[in-house]
Design a protein around this ligand. Structure first.
Ligand code: HEC
Length: 102
């Protein structure tokens, strides 16, 4: 029982850190050289991305694949190159974080 309690505490600590961790991950994975949370750089701002796909239940999967493979046409002619430095799990974590921004 005591163990379980400890586990719960540890997990809730991890979850409260999740947003912060994703921001750090985006920096570490070079996403922030083309993106910012609140304004457009080379790529769209992450808040604009979140607004565009709000309520779109398929967005998480599509955007995860797009982060991995790159692509263009959703925001303009400038393509996002494939991001081979992220795993599929990391891409999903990043996309979830982006879509959670308001
Ligand atoms: C070299 C610049 C560059 C880098 C590095 C980059 N992006 Fe992008 N990103 C873009 C551009 C440009 C677009 C717009 C593509 C389009 O119009 O379809 C974009 C679009 C996106 C979108 C929205 C896609 C859509 O279809 O609406 C997401 C989400 C995204 N990027 C996440 C990331 C993440 C996460 C990383 C880091 C792993 C990353 N990007 C790294 C340039 C970049």
């Amino acid at each position: 029982m005591k163990r379980l309690l400890l586990l719960c505490c540890a997990l809730s600590g991890i979850f409260s850190q999740a947003a912060f961790a994703s921001a750090e991950l985006a920096k570490a994975k070079n996403c922030m050289s083309c993106h910012a949370v609140g304004n457009k750089l080379i790529g769209p701002s992450y808040k604009d991305v979140a607004a565009k796909y709000a309520g779109d239940s398929g967005a998480e999967e599509r955007l995860t694949q797009k982060v991995l493979k790159g692509g263009s046409g959703a925001w303009g002619p400038v393509p996002m190159p494939a991001n081979a430095q992220v795993s599929e799990a990391e891409a999903r974590t990043l996309v979830k974080w982006v879509l959670s921004l308001k």
